[in-house]
Design a protein around this ligand. Structure first.
Ligand SMILES: [Fe+2]
Length: 388
């Protein structure tokens, strides 16, 4: 079997030609193994020429990884009974600044990895309220990989992504690794056939238990560009007219992972777990805040149960357009070294931005704890809500 990226990178450059020769000489017969080798060598050569600071976080694709379907688990919502004055999360000396009135905060003066249990509970609630929070000057990327996972595992069962690259031995870490330069696959696939890279989605919403408090931390980013844009799905719901809100309650939509799996297969990538579809309410309620949010996204929501195709397509197209054009409930998060961005995947959608062409690397890791099965609470007229 080909050596892992991690193994190769730990070797000194002087032994590299021999290593590569050994790998090439042992070309296995299986197509999957050839693909793994090709990717390994690609990232190895890129890592050398680009002076990777976090080689332990380089993605690998192990075609031998096969996982059985996810089983249900009981999720504990840590934000539910947290202290809403946030004494452990935001002690004296820390600073929390809103990015916009409706969504997003930026926090300095707090070290996430040092939070006690009460602080982590408050983190879950704070993020549920602000939807996305950028924590600056964090040490998460510098911790051993298992310690980073142990931190994130507090918030729910780790999701293992069916198709993405991950560091060898750590399939729970979802790696984003891109070179923004014309001629690379990102530019080819996104911009050759599209006008923009805008693609709002809620991560892996096709799972039965979708992610909740979710973490993304950066290793390398372009000097400018590569921001992540988040949209507040609670505010997107609140802006709808009362008759439409009322009509959406009780409807469910199909979320599908099949297209993502097929895309990976077409590129000879990995499919670690067979794809699934799940039906989720179009309006879901957050277990800690009680807020109602739209829960449809362009990335994975395919149809509305019970509606005919034209009706379903038209209503989803309206909702997708409504969510993505509402800049008054969106925030643009700028990355900087040692930033950890935490969002609540139940009440937000987000989009990457492919706007840099300098060839600079954008390299991040995501920790994706799963949460409860999405549920909804009944529609309440505004006048009744005021009385309550
Ligand atoms: Fe995403």
């Amino acid at each position: 079997m080909a050596p892992s990226v991690q193994q190769i990178l730990e070797d000194t450059p002087s032994v590299l030609p021999e290593k590569i020769a050994a790998v090439v000489k042992e070309v296995p017969k299986l197509k999957e193994e050839r693909q793994t080798q090709r990717q390994t060598l690609f990232y190895y050569s890129k890592a050398l020429t680009n002076n990777h600071q976090y080689p332990q976080y380089l993605p690998t694709w192990n075609h031998g990884q096969k996982y059985s379907p996810l089983q249900p688990f009981i999720h504990t919502e840590h934000g539910k009974n947290a202290d809403a004055t946030f004494p452990n999360l935001l002690p004296q000396g820390s600073k929390a600044k809103k990015l916009t009135p409706t969504i997003g905060s930026e926090v300095t003066g707090v070290q996430l990895s040092k939070l006690d249990a009460a602080g982590k509970d408050q983190l879950a609630l704070f993020v549920a309220q602000r939807k996305v929070v950028a924590f600056r000057d964090q040490d998460l990327a510098d911790l051993p990989l298992q310690e980073a996972l142990d931190f994130g595992g507090y918030f729910g069962r780790h999701h293992i992504h069916p198709t993405s690259g991950s560091p060898e031995g750590f399939p729970e870490l979802h790696i984003v690794h891109r070179y923004g330069a014309p001629g690379t696959s990102e530019f080819d696939s996104f911009l050759a056939g599209r006008n923009s890279s805008t693609s709002f989605h809620s991560d892996v919403s096709y799972e039965a238990q979708t992610p909740g408090t979710t973490f993304l931390y950066i290793f390398d980013s372009p000097e400018e560009g590569g921001d992540t844009v988040f949209a507040n799905q609670v505010e997107a719901y609140n802006r709808l007219s009362e008759p439409l809100k009322e009509r959406l309650h009780g409807l469910k939509a199909v979320h599908s992972g099949f297209e993502q799996a097929q895309y990976s297969r077409d590129k000879e990538g990995v499919v670690r777990r067979e794809p699934v579809k799940n039906e989720h309410p179009i309006v879901r309620t957050h277990p800690a805040t009680g807020e109602k949010a739209l829960f449809v996204n362009q990335g994975f929501t395919r149809s509305i149960i019970g509606l005919k195709k034209e009706e379903s397509d038209a209503l989803l197209a309206f909702l997708f357009n409504h969510i993505s054009r509402g800049i008054d409930w969106q925030a643009r998060v700028r990355w900087a070294p040692k930033t950890v961005v935490v969002w609540d995947n139940r009440v937000t959608v987000h989009s990457a931005t492919l706007d840099w062409s300098s060839g600079e690397r954008r390299h991040l890791a995501r920790i994706t704890p799963q949460a409860e099965i999405p549920f909804e609470t009944p529609y309440v007229k505004p006048e009744e809500e005021l009385k309550a």
